[in-house]
Ligand binder design. Structure first.
Ligand code: MF3
Ligand code: CO
Ligand code: CO
Length: 252
């Protein structure tokens, strides 16, 4: 069941989204060669707490840290670690989800460590962000979730990318992950119609090779590409409005 938010819930989603955006902008300044992902985690946790908010990932289904940090061939849900030291040319997705006054704001971005990398990774990162925007542009009442899926797939698949299928965008609100699911690839059945007051994420995970992924048996979280090729992701939390959409996690 898709939960439609009322005015006061939407106001709280706006606050949570704004704080998530601030947090992601803030941590971006710390992304540099030589920094560990655990340091990035701790800086985010401190900033979140200092503002009276909570980190949703911490303890979520047993997740051990406050943010997800996913480097190169890691697709998503990477666990911050002291041993994971950023190197020039790495691509790093940071995914933050603070809880503000009971509501979640979920956003992520792939950073290029040191500012540049090989051309094919630069293009992967650019195209992944573009895919997210192309999906967002489909959000308006009367359109279906399929319009988001199709637009993203039509942009990425002809270029040979693998679109991750095992993880999708999701409804969000008081609950971190709720209905509906938002696939980033074509579905051969009709999905729900978009209605004002729906809030969900669009968060394509795009691989340079196969779409297939592995789930770590050791730590139970880390998702990697099956072929070891690199993967990028961008994410925003979106509200369906009367006319179209509002991006709740847009930075200032
Ligand atoms: N923020 C991720 C998402 O976009 C979910 C992370 S779940 C965690 O849905 F437990 F790994 F944090
Ligand atoms: Co999400
Ligand atoms: Co996220």
């Amino acid at each position: 069941m898709i939960y439609i938010k009322n005015r006061s819930e939407i106001e709280k989603m706006r606050k949570a989204g704004k704080f998530a955006a601030r947090l992601l902008t803030y941590i971006g300044d710390y992304v540099k060669p030589g920094v560990s992902t655990l340091e990035l985690n701790d800086i985010c946790e401190d900033f979140t707490k200092k503002h009276g908010n909570k980190s949703a990932p911490l303890g979520y289904k047993g997740f051990p840290k406050s943010i997800c940090t996913s480097i190169n061939n890691v697709v998503c849900h990477g666990i911050p670690k002291a041993a994971d030291i950023l190197k020039n040319g790495d691509i790093l997705n940071i995914d933050v989800t603070p809880i503000v006054d009971g509501y979640h704001g979920d956003t992520s971005k792939t950073f290029i460590v040191g500012g540049s990398t090989e051309a094919i990774y630069e293009k992967l990162v650019q195209d992944t962000e573009k895919a997210m925007w192309i999906g967002i542009e489909q959000v308006k009442p009367g359109n279906r979730i399929n319009d988001i899926c199709d637009a993203i797939d039509d942009f990425l698949t002809p270029q040979g990318y693998g679109i991750v299928r095992d993880l999708m965008g999701h409804g969000i609100g008081r609950v971190f992950h709720e209905d509906p699911q938002i696939p980033h690839f074509k579905m051969n059945r009709k999905l729900a119609k978009l209605e004002p007051g729906m809030t969900f994420t669009i968060e394509p995970m795009v691989n340079l090779g196969t779409y297939e992924v592995n789930f770590s048996k050791e730590d139970k979280w880390t998702v990697t590409t099956k072929d070891g090729k690199w993967s990028a992701q961008f994410e925003h939390t979106i509200l369906v409005t009367d006319k179209g959409y509002e991006i709740l996690t847009l930075p200032e």
